[in-house]
Design a protein around this ligand. Structure first.
Ligand code: PLP
Length: 386
């Protein structure tokens, strides 16, 4: 292994929200495996690019250059066989704001937004906080994994204006198959539902699964889709607030751009540009090793649960570094479970309820940490039975 993911880096007192339990009402001594950032340093190529740019010492209003566009284009071509155009790109200060502003750009108050819960909680907020109607196609938990109820999806799509797709899916860990994506895409086209495809977790994929860019499957899908991506999950850059959204349809692109302008947001963050370009130019080998390491962490977690706490089941993820844990056999109420995790185990995870009602009895654990930290977390988790 060329890169070392075992080193424990001190993150307390670095303005990290993950490592500030007290201000979020958690006890001081909890081990944090909640919010989706990693405890690994971003690769050297990114750190060096940021240091070098910071030595210049001037951080004025900035824009992407030709080398930025070619790094982004090559990343998508090489890793996903997706041909993108420079003109499709809308750079934004993150994906969540792109979801909110897409809802505002493409719908009006009272229109309906379709999502698939349990899902990353801002999907629901993007509809509810903008005065839109939320339609939920509940994912079906079956044989230890999640599938789509297509009949229900189609019924809801008839009334929906936009659909926010999560692929790979946070928190259930599905990397949707071609067949599933084609079926969802055709239904959305049939009922004129615009697709916002949040693909922020697209680089964290466990073999033999393959991430398929939804818009790349069919030109008609591309014409009906905003694809939201970012190097932030992949290279641990969330604090730099930088995202690349691809929109091949000129009309959709113009209205989302207009929404950003109406919100007073225009030029990107220079460090976002620099880090993204360096990561996409030189970060590929590091990423492959990261995926191997995370796969190892998931296996460790799975083996540990089977041997030590069989009442907790890992929903084996196909992608993402987020482990979705079915704790229902512990026969605790969701509130008791959350309290046991925090107070008995001294762990800080995400209560499954925040992802929708299907999340009750589940906890989400972020395993993007050195193996020794995960081992510590697992020995703490044993206390849940006591
Ligand atoms: C599906 C999904 N979308 C978006 C985000 C956050 O994106 P950003 O930090 O760019 O707003 C996350 C973070 O966990 C996520 O899981």
């Amino acid at each position: 292994m060329k890169f070392n993911f075992d080193t424990v880096i001190e993150r307390r007192n670095t303005n990290s929200i993950k490592y500030d339990p007290v201000s979020r009402g958690k006890p001081e001594d909890v081990l944090p495996l909640w919010v989706a950032d990693m405890d690994f340093q971003t690769p050297v190529c990114v750190r060096e690019a940021l240091v070098s740019r910071s030595q210049h010492g001037i951080f004025g209003y900035s824009e992407p250059g030709a080398s930025y566009y070619s790094a982004v284009k090559n990343w998508y071509k090489n890793r996903f066989n997706w041909n993108t155009e420079k003109e499709w790109l809308l750079i934004t200060p993150g994906v969540v704001n792109a979801l909110y502003l897409a809802v505002r750009a493409f719908t009006k108050p009272g229109d309906a937004v379709l999502i698939q819960q349990p899902v990353y909680y801002p999907f629901a907020s993007a509809a509810q906080k903008t005065g839109r109607t939320l339609l939920v196609n509940e994912l079906v938990y079956k044989d230890g994994s999640y599938i789509i109820d297509f009949e229900d999806f189609e019924k809801k799509a008839k009334d929906a204006n936009i659909f926010i797709l999560c692929n790979p899916h946070n928190p259930v860990g599905r990397v949707w198959t071609k067949e599933e994506l084609l079926r969802m895409g055709e239904i959305c086209l049939r009922y004129g539902v615009i697709v916002i495809s949040d693909e922020i977790h697209q680089d964290i994929i466990f073999s033999p699964n393959k991430h398929l860019v939804f818009a790349a499957l069919d030109e008609r899908f591309s014409d009906n889709t905003v694809t939201c991506t970012s190097p932030s999950k992949t290279f641990n850059l969330a604090g730099l607030h930088h995202a690349n959204n691809f929109i091949s349809n000129e009309k959709l692109r113009a209205s989302l751009k207009q929404e950003y302008e109406n919100s007073g947001l225009s030029q990107p963050n220079i460090m976002g540009l620099i880090s993204c370009e360096a990561a996409y130019k030189d970060g590929s080998v590091w990423l492959d090793e990261l995926n191997n390491y995370l796969d190892g962490n998931m296996s460790l977690l799975n083996d540990f649960l089977q041997s030590n706490i069989p009442k907790i089941k890992l929903i084996k993820p196909e992608g993402t570094y987020l482990a979705w844990l079915d704790c229902n056999e512990l026969e605790l109420s969701a509130k008791e479970l959350d309290e046991a995790i925090t107070k008995k185990c001294k762990l800080w995870l995400n209560d499954g309820r925040m992802f929708g009602k299907g999340g009750s009895g589940f906890q989400r654990m972020n395993v993007a940490c050195p193996r020794s930290v995960l081992e510590n977390a697992l020995s703490r988790l044993k206390e849940v039975n006591k």
